[in-house]
Write a protein that binds this ligand. Structure first.
Ligand code: SF4
Ligand code: SF4
Ligand code: FES
Length: 323
């Protein structure tokens, strides 16, 4: 079968912007997108730049945008892409600077990983005769298995809606890495606290909008968003509740527990607090909402059956509280 491939090209030495280029290639059964790209490079245009190594979904280097989604080219079937989209369009990863064609600069990605200090700060005495593997098997929570499976492909960062607009954001891969060390019982409690404390900063865990794209694109089922939620929960359990994000969650829960629903008149105050400067900052929005009839009665009234809801909340709390 003869197929047309559209590949986004960019050569910094001659191009000011990237542009699509079409290639025609005879393809066989069972081929992956990476197989096709290697043949295009060998048979059509040797100047095509792409990165790959293991060809087995292990090294993470062939991550790119295929038909609009972040994927590993070595494990993406041409046939399936064609059946689903009717065409093959390949571009570099988004959100990372393009070096040439399909090769992106991973330096910003590694910078974020380094920022979360991806190493253990052991705080427990080592038991005689125990290997690292034995300790890990005994102590690591099952949730770690997936976080440890990260191959640093960068797909989650390329898909992240927050990173797209805010390059300071720690990003899903780095935060998943932080979660792996945070929950490791071999780490000193003081180090755990320091880790969490560092993540309260602007661009840290509370900036994630929970869009779930990082979970959708991750080829290793790491589920970075769930790791971020664990980090948030751990922060709240340690009383770290000074950020707007933390206050939003606590205020939301409190209101629902008291009234059975959200009260939009009170909620902004729960987030920004009662400091005059903060109230002054949200006042124009509050007034605008008031004159448009969007501010509900701040005293509100509880929904019928509130006691059932409160019983449910208490039960969930008991079930999820740390032992
Ligand atoms: S869930 Fe959070 S970290 Fe993941 S892609 Fe969305 S904003 Fe980024
Ligand atoms: S979390 Fe998943 S998508 Fe992100 S870098 Fe690791 S393996 Fe790739
Ligand atoms: S070439 Fe290694 S993951 Fe695709």
């Amino acid at each position: 079968m003869r197929l047309t491939f559209t590949i986004q090209r960019f050569n910094p030495e001659v191009d000011s912007t990237s542009h699509p280029q079409e290639f025609r290639l005879d393809v066989g059964r069972g081929m992956t997108v990476l197989d096709a790209l290697i043949r295009i490079k060998n048979e059509c245009d040797g100047s095509l730049a792409l990165r790959y190594s293991c060809r087995s979904a292990i090294c993470g280097s062939c991550s790119m945008t295929i038909n609009g989604s972040e994927k590993l080219a070595c494990r993406t079937s041409l046939r399936k892409e064609l059946d689903r989209h009717g065409h093959i369009v390949v571009a570099p990863l988004r959100n990372l600077p393009v070096i040439k064609d399909l090769v992106v600069d991973m330096a910003p990605f590694w910078e974020k990983i380094r920022d979360v200090q991806p190493w253990l700060s052991p705080g427990r005495p080592w038991r005689e005769g125990r290997s690292v593997q034995m300790e890990a098997r005994d102590h690591l929570h099952p949730e770690f298995n997936n976080v440890d499976a990260c191959i640093m492909c960068g797909a989650c960062v390329a898909a992240c809606t927050v990173y797209e607009v805010s390059k300071g954001f720690a990003g899903p891969a780095a935060l998943a890495k932080a979660d792996r060390f945070l929950s490791d019982p071999r780490e000193a409690p003081s180090a755990t606290r320091a880790r969490l404390s560092a993540l309260q900063r602007e661009d840290g865990i509370w900036d994630c909008t929970r869009c779930n794209f990082c979970v959708e694109v991750c080829p290793k089922d790491v589920k970075p968003m769930e790791a971020i939620i664990r980090l948030r929960r751990a922060s709240l359990e340690r009383g770290m509740a000074t950020t707007g994000g933390a206050r939003h969650i606590l205020g939301f829960t409190e209101l629902v527990e008291q009234q059975g629903r959200l009260n939009e008149a009170i909620m902004p105050l729960k987030v920004v607090g009662f400091a005059p400067r903060a109230v002054w900052r949200i006042l124009p929005l509050g007034l605008k909402m008031f004159f448009k009839g969007k501010v509900p009665n701040p005293l509100g009234h509880a929904i019928p059956g509130l006691s059932h809801l409160q019983a449910l909340i208490r039960r969930v709390r008991r079930a999820t509280s740390p032992v």
